[in-house]
Design a protein around this ligand. Sequence first.
Ligand SMILES: [Zn+2]
Length: 360
Amino acid sequence: MTSSIEHNYDAIGGKKSEVLLFSRESGRRDYAWKGSLGKSSFSRISFDFGLLAFLMISQLGSLLPVSAKPWNASNVEIRTGINMMVSAETEKEKKNHAPAPFYETLRKALKKRKLKIESICPTSDVVARRILEEYGAIFLAVRNVTPPPVCVFTAEEQVTRFQEAAGFTTETIADAEIELQPEAMRKLLKARAEAAEENLDITPRGGAEAARRNYEDSLRLWDTRFLPALDYWLGQGRLTAEQVSRLLNLPLHNQVAEVLELEKSGIFFSKDLSKSILYSIAAPGTSQHIAMLALDVTEFDNPRVREILGKHGWFQTVLSDLPHFTFLGLKEKDLPKKGLKSVEADGQTFWIPNAVDRPT
Ligand SMILES: [Zn+2]
């Protein structure tokens, strides 16, 4: 890999259904499901295995006459027995680690907040549904934070009303004044304190914009990808001047929908034009930063920093957006049963909706 950090978060191409991460210089595929059998379950199985073997052998030893003790046929039986137990255990463990279906867990999580999927994100709205499956981990956050009431905010007043109702606190970290929901901030400060004990730092990347953003910010950031990409594809002859002018004048929602549609034919709008714009910048009104539950972290490439953030409920939930952390307030071991699956990209772990049960 030769390139910069920017290249890294622009490194995923393709439609959602066939998301692959390539390090493009080498063409190496660098994308893998995280194993469903964690280290902890392995050690428990080994322990069970050892204990079981010990019990069976000592039991057998006391039952068999001394002459039968040179282990022959019985030995085989013991091994077979143990192997069967182990594979049964493995299947059980696999089941425990398999991610639950996202829509089912989302429905339950929203019910506790007296909300319905259909009211935050109508099934008929293709853009909203896509956003939900890309950025939707946020709706599974702990009860003492407030997820957004919609997948797509459509006006500044609506964002302001939500942010005031949810509440936020301000801290100055590394000269940047950042704002987050109180519980998210509290846990961030705890993570920072733990990091400091190890002479590590956790700081906002890119100043105040690393945390809370408003609607206008999300519009402006969308244009930083959308406008240069239009120019590029016009220059390449893939879009005509009429198409460009039409796209520019579309109502925002339709503009996003058409961009996502064009991306299906390889006309990508991310910063490096190699993948969906959604992996490069959030569609207007959809950023987790609007929910004040996201922070872009300077030290994201330090594995220990990521571990400490995870310990305090901060996880990477937007595939390929490397510096972006989301406050879920959950324990990592509980994320699969909450409907999130772990995907590794560029050696980092992302927790994204396991949307296998999409309603039609
Ligand atoms: Zn971010």
